[in-house]
Write a protein that binds this ligand. Sequence first.
Ligand code: ATP
Length: 233
Amino acid sequence: MLLEVDEVRSGYHGLEILHGVSLSVEPGEVVAIVGANGAGKSTTLKTIAGEVKQFAGSVKFDGKPISFGGSHQVARRGLMLVPEGRALFGSLTVEDNLKMGAWGARDRSGFSEQEILELFPILEERRDQLADTMSGGQQQMLAIARALMGAPRLLMLDEPSTGLSPKLTWDVFHAVNAIRERGVGVLIVEQNARQVLDLADRAYVLESGLVALSGDSAELANDPRVQAAYLGG
Ligand code: ATP
């Protein structure tokens, strides 16, 4: 197992948001987390990345624990979080953002810069453009591309389709498929439950800091409870 999250409780300033969440991701598997606003989806990703304090339970990446405050080392071990809001270096060019992404990944082989630019042709065209001046969709692609430069073994994406047109969302999901084919695990949080259940192999439904349902994505998409709550009936 690439990622094993076991009964994790975590939150902010002593306030518990996750009340015992368990999930797992295997290499080459796309796993989705869906749920309403405030259910704790982003908190789950941030806890896994070591950015939010665990009160109890454990997170293991490649069999070794991840603890709070170690997000830098976590990235060096190959676990990359692309946060909502993207966190690019806005005053640097596309090319320089990509170069920054490769930092720390020297001891792992991953996608070459050329392969990444083939996945996101728009970035090739805009190599010399400042990140700040690109559209939201282009910035999202750059954020994912930059994470790929770090040769991730697990890529976590927080709401990658936010603010994107259906066409750009499709491009991002297409890239996720290519990433999966390379054996990278992907854990993806999405508001758009219908599309992400089509993409993912398995999914977890998070409600108020707890896993309410989990399983094969296609089965979940056919579950009347999921349809009523997240797929518009
Ligand atoms: P959304 O789609 O709205 O981002 P989410 O499922 O990702 O929803 P979280 O962002 O994980 O939800 O938030 C879960 C709860 O944690 C919310 O009640 C939120 O107010 C709270 N929360 C999130 N970030 C912080 C923070 N930095 N400090 C305190 N509380 C926070």
